[in-house]
Design a protein around this ligand. Sequence first.
Ligand SMILES: [Fe+2]
Ligand SMILES: [Fe+2]
Length: 299
Amino acid sequence: MGNLAIISDLHVDINKFGEAELMILWEVLQQKKITRLHLAGDTANKVDRCLAVVDFFANKGLPTTFHFGNHELADITGEAMMAHFPDPHFLNERYLALNDQTVLLGMNGWYDYRFSELEEEDAIVRMKRLYWYDRLIQREGTDLEVNGRLLYSAGKILDSLAGKGLEVILSTHFVPKREFIVYQTAPYERWNKLNAFLGSESFGELLDRYDNIKQVVFGHTHRRFEDKIINHTIYSCRPFGYYYEWQLTRAFVRENRLIESYDPMKLRVLLRAHHPAFSEYQKAHLHEEFEQAMTMVPY
Ligand SMILES: [Fe+2]
Ligand SMILES: [Fe+2]
């Protein structure tokens, strides 16, 4: 018996995390009696930073695995490296035994544009080139082709696991279910088009075909949700996200009455202006933020 923790979107470089912050996370993991850690992508923009986080926990004696999110993929050249990155902790299109009946399966994942309000593929591609971080990622083929390869490899692995009668905990970076897509109203409806890059509904439909998938954990949305049960599978989404999106940051702004109305877009400047105070507040409350942003799976 053990306790798996899955964490996505740590973004250690954007969040300016060093050893001190990772030590706070390590304390949380110890308190929760976590026996295995899996990082579900967007751990860092740079692969070296991502690997350093993995090594930090592995060197503490905690079995640790990871797959990539879109942020790491922008720092990697070639489909082979993206799918089979040569690191012993890398878990993509691969699974490991948690016990004699359950496996942890890792899939980086991708998107199929179906969550977008735009239907025309060319228009979505143009938006991606203009506005989206993932324009930096060099994939082989179109996004829909990449998604097609994902469906093929996931299907093969899931068929084989179903054949073996094994239960699956699946970790992926991108959103597999429409229930986790938030459609905005004016003046933010532009974002509804960018939902194209949040995840893959076809991947979610593939998952529906298997009744041995116990739980699916993902992130990428930078928005935390309550667990949802869809077709007898638990779906968990509670990414950690950027410092200006955290609950503790909202509380800091509220408690100090820093702004009249809460506008996340203006927060970075505001937090910089209140730097020493915010830094202290962060140190005092990071513990709780980590607790809220992890999914624990007993096995
Ligand atoms: Fe992220
Ligand atoms: Fe992401």
